[in-house]
Write a protein that binds this ligand. Structure first.
Ligand SMILES: [Ca+2]
Length: 497
């Protein structure tokens, strides 16, 4: 009832000056100096972390705050969020699951603070990955911290035991990749006397081709050339990558049904010992390692390795992921003044300390995990009622993790390699898509994007499998241009700042 009243009051006041406290406005610095943090977070089970849960109390100590959660169920998150945005009743700190058109419209209408020029003042927030900032920006401005994910995530998973036999234990170049795939296909790497293995498995998902395109300097969807945005299909690197793929295909080094193979069974051939490589997010290597160990532990110990990328004559590059799964924004209804906004940023900054990140990630020290020799060790044998995931449900939904400050776990060899790809590889080799945020507000892309993407994808597959030659490819790209591609190029270039 109280909530309804507040909501009605706020709605009456919309458009006028909001002088009264709305639903989520209890964020003023309090007399005792402890920050009253109002937080919108998301529950998946409907049984989120309790107000007196130890992890929450510890977090309050670390951040010098009292945290008041507003819980929204994941199942009706968008409806609830839209209602709260419309009524101006958001808490100060808001977990947003994505940049939906509705969120973007509300950002443009001023519902959230522009923090572009603020984050440099905070110890952790200023370390936010610049590619992620680019990807999250609306009209060139930043309106929230990423719910960050690994930007460096793509890698090459391969049979190192076979690669040792081939004399290339760790491939460094695209030529090394070619020679490995050739060996895996033609030299009986599993030693059973039968030609029953091949190089690399692909599926209909075009991620591998896009990763290879960055290897050859073809960019990530769009490139900036001579001050203009150009679709990556029109780069030499894109053509070089297609020719590399075409060679692999024509020599039988990749599965010939890749264009129709379902993504769900993508890893089956490497998981069963038939193929020797695939390129995807590096964390898949753990599943492949596990699958092979289950087949034969002795035979497959140390058989699977993962590395981040290889160099081509164009240089050393890799394809990043977008680097976030939604964002944490500061609403103007919950944080009314610049000071309120800065206090909320300070709170979010403190949630990135090692102690706070460990609470989000593992739970309470001494209860859910211990730190042993500098590593986090999760406690085992906890009941469902005690397990950190259950006790702290929904707690980490406003975790931003803009730096990697969490205490690491002591990892198995393969998990350590995945970790190294994600956190220790050179971020400088990741190729950003300069136009990634444009599709959010593009009229042409909204109308024609899916048709254009289909033309582009089909033509690439046809070229790789030899159905069309280079002239055919150029004809398909002319079709792409006339079907709206040229309009898209013009529109994106007009959005250039
Ligand atoms: Ca064989």
């Amino acid at each position: 009832m109280k909530r309804t009243m507040v909501l009605l009051l706020s709605m009456c006041l919309m458009g006028g000056t909001l002088l009264f406290a709305g639903g989520g406005s209890q964020n003023k610095g309090s007399a005792d100096g402890v920050y009253d943090a109002t937080v919108l977070s998301i529950t998946f089970t409907g049984q989120p972390i309790a107000d007196n849960a130890q992890a929450k109390l510890e977090m309050e100590k670390i951040t010098n705050s009292r945290i008041k959660f507003t819980w929204v169920s994941n199942s009706n998150y968008e409806d609830k969020l839209n209602t709260m945005m419309a009524s101006g009743s958001l808490p100060a700190v808001v977990a947003l699951t994505g940049l939906t058109p509705s969120v973007i419209n509300n950002i443009r209408a001023g519902a959230f603070w522009d923090i572009t020029d603020e984050i440099k003042n905070y110890e952790y927030l200023k370390q936010t990955n610049p590619i992620t900032i680019n990807n999250l920006s609306i009209d060139g401005r930043l309106y929230g911290l990423p719910r960050a994910r690994q930007v460096a995530r793509n890698g090459i998973t391969y049979r190192r035991d076979w690669a040792i036999k081939a004399g290339i234990p760790e491939p460094k170049t695209t030529d090394d990749i070619y020679r490995l795939l050739k060996y895996f296909t033609e030299n009986d790497p599993d030693g059973n006397g039968i030609k029953d293995t091949y190089g690399m498995t692909w599926c209909k998902y075009d991620g591998p081709l896009d990763i290879i395109t960055t290897w050859f300097g073809g960019g990530n969807q769009w490139v900036e050339q001579n001050g203009k945005y150009v679709p990556y299909m029109f780069t030499q690197g894109y053509l070089d990558a297609m020719n590399f793929a075409k060679r692999l295909y024509s020599e039988g080094l990749i599965n010939d049904d890749f264009a129709s193979r379902d993504t769900a069974i993508w890893a089956d051939d490497i998981n069963s010992g038939r193929s020797g490589m695939y390129i995807d997010v590096a964390d898949q290597a753990q599943r492949t390692d596990n699958a092979l160990l289950q087949l034969d532990t002795a035979k497959y110990t140390d058989a699977i390795w993962v590395i981040n990328s290889v160099s081509s004559p164009a240089g050393l590059f890799n394809l990043p992921t977008v680097g976030y799964s939604g964002l944490v924004a500061i609403s103007k209804s919950g944080a009314k003044t610049v000071e309120d906004m800065r206090r909320a940023l300070q709170f979010i900054d403190r949630t990135n300390t090692t102690e706070a990140m460990n609470l989000f990630t593992y739970g309470v020290p001494g209860v859910h995990f211990d730190i042993v020799d500098g590593y986090a060790v999760r406690r085992t044998g906890l009941s469902d009622a005690e397990a950190a995931n259950n006790v702290n449900e929904g707690f980490n939904q406003f975790m931003t993790s803009v730096t990697n400050s969490t205490t690491p776990e002591k990892l198995s060899r393969i998990r350590q390699q995945v970790y190294d790809v994600q956190y220790k590889s050179d971020m400088g080799i990741l190729v950003a898509n300069p136009c990634i945020t444009f599709s959010n507000s593009s009229k042409v892309y909204t109308e024609k994007g899916s048709d254009l993407d289909t033309i582009r994808r089909d033509a690439r597959v046809q070229y790789v499998v030899g159905q069309i030659n280079e002239a055919g490819w150029r004809a398909a790209m002319n079709t792409w241009l006339s079907a709206g591609g040229q309009a898209l190029i013009d529109e994106y270039n007009s959005m250039k700042k």
